[in-house]
Design a protein around this ligand. Structure first.
Ligand code: 4NP
Length: 154
């Protein structure tokens, strides 16, 4: 199974989700069976590592994001991934607009799919440190539910 997380810049929210899911899959003994990646709808940060505040907050919880590099989402990703998960409604609209009608990859809003108390992972880029903790809290909980789904699908 192949999962792609998508946000705006691919330096805060979706790299966090990539790192958290990888970690949880490793713990569940499923790392070899699932391919995980992330991308941004924008191209401003392509080739760069995640935001330093994102890396710091993630590392404090045991997630090392330092090897990740930003990429922009492209139409071919809908053939390369089985499940494409948007961090917010704006990302979802962008992805819907670029998805071919016959594309195989399933597209959904990440938090809503997994029954989180809010539908969107708030963009932490222009805010303070607490925003990065909130991103981690929301993503960790939703990834637990995603792992349950993955176990059922494998
Ligand atoms: P992300 O956060 O979408 O979670 O990676 C952002 C990162 C950068 C920008 C916006 C959001 N930016 O405008 O550069």
């Amino acid at each position: 199974m192949r999962v792609l997380f998508v946000c705006l810049g691919n330096i805060c929210r979706s790299p966090t989700a990539e790192g958290v899911l990888r970690h949880q899959l490793q713990a569940a003994g499923l790392a070899g069976q699932v391919q995980v990646a992330s991308a941004g709808t924008g191209d401003w940060h392509v080739g760069k590592g995640p935001d330093s505040r994102t890396c710091k907050a993630a590392l404090a919880r045991g997630y090392d994001l330092s090897q990740q590099r930003a990429q922009q989402v492209k139409a071919e990703h809908f053939a390369e991934y089985d499940l494409i998960l948007a961090m917010d409604e704006s990302n979802l609209r962008h992805l819907r607009a670029m998805r071919a009608p016959n594309a195989t990859g399933e597209l959904d809003l990440f938090l809503r799919r997994y029954g989180a108390p809010v539908d969107e992972v708030p963009d932490p880029y222009y805010g303070g440190a607490e925003g990065f903790e909130q991103v981690l809290d929301l993503i960790e909980a939703a990834c637990h539910e995603l792992v349950v789904e993955i176990k059922g699908r494998l």
